[in-house]
Design a protein around this ligand. Structure first.
Ligand SMILES: Cc1cc2nc3c(=O)[nH]c(=O)nc-3n(C[C@H](O)[C@H](O)[C@H](O)COP(=O)(O)O)c2cc1C
Length: 497
């Protein structure tokens, strides 16, 4: 049986190799003074740790004590790093370890991620060197992994930073020449806490194959039609197992939700109101659900999801119960929501990632779960808005894309497409729901979003973006614009009969 995502292999299955004879004389580099070559032995203290423990127990550490890290230890890590393999053994890496607080502050201005540890090691590689097959990046990555493991053995913590803001600025701050490409930054320090449990791994059997690929890959497409429902379940389960690190609410999305609640939903503690129930459908990471539960604590929450793991993740955020979406696997304790039981049924930004074939089914389920006299709230990203334009602009920009904002508004939860308001209204009406009210929010990119997206721009481009933002904000104030062109569209519905 392959080890699952939590179990390292047991020592019994490992057979020691018989002795390997030494390589014949003459194959080692000859004719140079020995001092020109590194000895290939540790340059500092050598606490022992079982190799397998080091591999399985190393975790990314992001909170550090302020205590300094002795330079000898940082040298030792870097030394373990340079003993990693590199393409053709060219070793075109250059590392700059920064323990100067003022320089680290400058780095942190580019990305807060570099403001966590007393030492940031900037890892660079020859920019145009060994580019074929990304061998430059692969070589630097091998070095980083060696450093991370060595740090763990020494009791130090590291985390690997790619989100460093403008990497050319990072390069300039530490004085690396243009022909060094900054690949990543490794933050190094003494861990503040030992992480109780790290992000889990997908099981070996799901991601490895012998001789011939025999699986079904998680699609890299963002089109819902390309995703089988079970693959979406697997993917979303993996996302929540990683915790919230990559699933943070954006300020402008939170504002839109607040506006929605303000307009349509009382606090659940109105006079005579008792035991009001709210079902949140397909909340995935629960970013929006948590906001709602905080703002409207008078309700009792249930969450309907595809898998118990995702449902439990969200239920913990809203102190609610888990319920199964119709396609969910029927495992014990994971029952479908009761029909006609809910005062409020919400489905916010989830019709966008459901395959078109499933949307009508989802609409029917919403109609079934709401009480007579109760309300259904549907929120979605409208195709009749600027949303798709921003995505097109991003695609046109070319080059490497960031991991975030492939999907919006809740990145990294799977496929996503904006929806035509008329089609959604038709699907909901076919399902037996009647629109009571509708409104739109944010017809233009909001100032926080412009700041966020322009965060890596130079000062000139940044001020142009801000100026454009102010002009657009004035347009947004014209009457009717938000309702007609808002990126976020909300519908308040009730059962038609
Ligand atoms: C190529 C690469 C880039 C990463 N970039 C970042 C980053 O920019 N910020 C961050 O907090 N973690 C970053 N990480 C750390 C991952 O989030 C982390 O390794 C992953 O969640 C698994 O957790 P673990 O390292 O504790 O096992 C990166 C890791 C890799 C391999």
């Amino acid at each position: 049986m392959p080890p699952d995502d939590q179990q390292p292999p047991s020592p019994e299955v490992v057979r020691p190799q018989p002795g390997i004879p030494d390589e014949p004389e003459g194959s080692a580099p000859a004719g140079r003074a020995a001092a020109e070559f590194d000895a290939g032995a540790p340059v500092g203290p050598t606490p022992q740790m079982d190799f397998w423990r080091a591999v399985y127990e190393r975790r990314s550490i992001r909170k550090f004590k302020s205590d300094p890290v002795p330079r000898e230890l940082v040298d030792q890590l870097m030394h373990a790093g340079i003993w990693a393999p590199s393409s053709c053994n060219y070793q075109m890496w250059d590392l700059v370890a920064v323990d100067d607080a003022a320089t680290n502050r400058k780095l942190a201005e580019l990305s807060l991620q570099m403001g966590n540890a007393p030492v940031n090691v900037i890892v660079s590689y020859g920019r145009d060197f060994s580019e074929e097959g990304w061998a430059n990046v692969q070589s630097a990555s091998a070095l980083i992994q060696n450093m991370s493991l060595a740090a763990h053995v020494l009791g130090l913590g590291t985390f690997w930073i790619t989100q460093m803001g403008d990497r050319e600025k990072v390069r300039e701050i530490v004085g690396l020449p243009y022909d060094r490409l900054v690949i990543a930054v490794v933050a190094v320090g003494w861990p503040k806490f030992a992480p109780k449990q790290g992000p889990k791994r997908r099981p070996l059997g799901q991601v490895t194959h012998w001789n011939h690929y025999g699986g079904r890959p998680i699609p890299s497409s963002t089109r819902p039609a390309d995703w089988e429902p079970d693959l979406l379940s697997i993917y979303q389960r993996a996302r929540v197992l990683n915790g919230l690190r990559h699933n943070k609410p954006r300020a402008w999305e939170v504002r839109a939700i607040d506006a929605l609640l303000e307009r349509w939903v009382g606090d659940g503690r109105e006079e005579g109101a008792r035991d009001k129930r709210w079902l949140d459908v397909l909340p995935c990471t629960g970013i929006v659900s948590e906001r709602i539960a905080r703002a409207r604590p008078g309700y009792r929450y249930d969450v309907a999801e595809r898998t118990p793991e995702v449902a439990e993740f969200v239920a913990a955020r809203v102190r609610g119960q888990i319920r199964a979406w119709p396609h969910a696997d029927a495992r014990a304790g994971f029952a479908a929501p009761e029909d006609g039981a809910y005062d409020v049924v919400s489905c916010l930004y989830r019709l966008e990632d459901v395959a078109p074939a499933e949307r009508a089914e989802l609409a029917r389920a919403l109609a079934r779960w709401v009480k007579p006299g109760g309300r259904v709230i549907v929120g979605f990203v409208s195709r009749a808005s600027f949303h798709d334009w921003t995505e097109k602009l991003r695609a046109r920009r070319g080059g490497l894309k960031g991991v975030e904002y492939v999907l919006s508004p809740d990145p990294n939860i799977g496929p996503f497409e904006s929806l035509a308001p008329s089609e959604i209204e038709r699907a909901l009406s076919d399902a037996g729901l009647r629109v009571v009210a509708r409104f739109g929010q944010q017809a233009v990119p909001q100032p926080e979003e412009i700041e966020f997206r322009a965060r890596n721009f130079g000062p000139r481009k940044k001020s142009i973006a801000r100026f454009a933002g102010r002009v657009l904000a004035a347009l947004e104030r014209l009457p009717g614009v938000q309702n007609a062109r808002g990126r976020f569209r909300y519908l308040l519905l009730e059962r038609a009969s």
